[in-house]
Design a protein around this ligand. Sequence first.
Ligand SMILES: Cc1cc2nc3c(=O)[nH]c(=O)nc-3n(C[C@H](O)[C@H](O)[C@H](O)COP(=O)(O)OP(=O)(O)OC[C@H]3O[C@@H](n4cnc5c(N)ncnc54)[C@H](O)[C@@H]3O)c2cc1C
Length: 413
Amino acid sequence: MPSESSLRCQVLVVGAGPAGGDLARRLALQGVDVVLVDRLSDLSRSAFSSAALPIETMEAFGLPAEVVGSRWRQWQLIGPGSASRSWASPQPLGVVLDFGALRHWQADQCRRWGGRVQLGLHACSSHQEGERMVTVLRRSDGRTLRVSSDWTVDASGQARALLGDPPPAQRPRDGLVGAAGLEWLLRVSPACWERWADRLSFCLGSDWVPQGYGWIFPMQPGVLKLGVCRLLDPQRQQPPLGGLITELGRRLLEPGTGGAAFEVLDRHGGLVRSTIRRRELHQRGRLVGLGDAVSTANLLGGEGIRHALSSSAVLAPLLQQALAASGGQASAQRALQDYAPQLRRALGWRWSLSGRLARRTWLGLHGPQADGRLDQVLKGLERRRAEDLSALLFGYRFERYGLRAMPYLLGWR
Ligand SMILES: Cc1cc2nc3c(=O)[nH]c(=O)nc-3n(C[C@H](O)[C@H](O)[C@H](O)COP(=O)(O)OP(=O)(O)OC[C@H]3O[C@@H](n4cnc5c(N)ncnc54)[C@H](O)[C@@H]3O)c2cc1C
């Protein structure tokens, strides 16, 4: 019969993604007795995120060069149809991270600062016993580990393994919105690499990816990321992502080669699920949600790493205060009551606006009429600088283009 072992700590962090890894390293640095666990037995496996970020993120969150796959300084938007537009900056505008390397580095930092990291552990349940949390984790051989902690953090991403999904929304606009993504890591020839290096390239329009978008990002020299992502729409029958990505590779990377212009090194993918208004519970007793588990991923560009890191920057000092609170349960709870409002402020009002825009834009992008509207929007951007596109797509600064015009441009009215 599988045996059971147990462990005590101050904070248990479930999920070694960008959010959990960052929180664990911050807490360990401050001397907190933290345990970081993940169901993956190797953090370089299942590196499902394309991990494109604006350059400022590196400094803002103290990320080292070793987690960077490549840098980029151009935007390239292909489509609708055969249109192609690009914007270049003399300076680097961003990075494409090696997602596996990021998770490794965070876990390693946690260990170096005295935290414990245990991999290959699947969190099954957690409950509160008095003023402590008890979390049950299972290894692949069936053995279980019971962790008793002052606080447990659910950083398990969109799976929300411990907090669970928010209850069905009373109003549809408050419910979870999901997007599914699929990505291939490709080895390509030096000439092909040059063609796509230094830039983020997106394919937009219903003839590329209905209700979503495709992309090519540069990783290390000779390696590209090719991906497709689209919002889930229960009202429509959607073509399989596998067919869409194959077609994208054929159209973008194989013209004139007769096929086989690349070797697929890895195939991965995943879901992004967020509520747009982020009104869900961030905490239940001594269980707290972090990163995608509390909807920090933004659906406009399927972007969540920066926001996951923001959530841990907000939560870390509050958890420390809660651990230091001497007045028992009530004062510990009080220390965390600012978490959700502080996180909302950190994400800003533009985050929520862009989520609404994402839902309208992507769900509506399924035919020539929507393609025509999108083309108009992109035409309007042609005279802008590459930095302006970054401010729009990463800073969500839509108001620069006239907030009043946006609903018309995107067909809301
Ligand atoms: C295809 C795709 C492309 C993307 N591209 C980008 C991009 O270019 N830029 C960007 O910023 N964002 C991108 N994202 C989104 C981004 O990856 C996420 O928003 C981000 O990783 C969220 O971080 P997190 O730590 O909250 O959750 P996650 O990264 O999902 O980490 C959660 C961790 O919890 C673990 N876990 C889950 N359940 C359990 C359990 N029961 N027990 C133990 N461990 C568990 C998982 O193994 C995982 O390691 C992309 C997402 C996808 C799917």
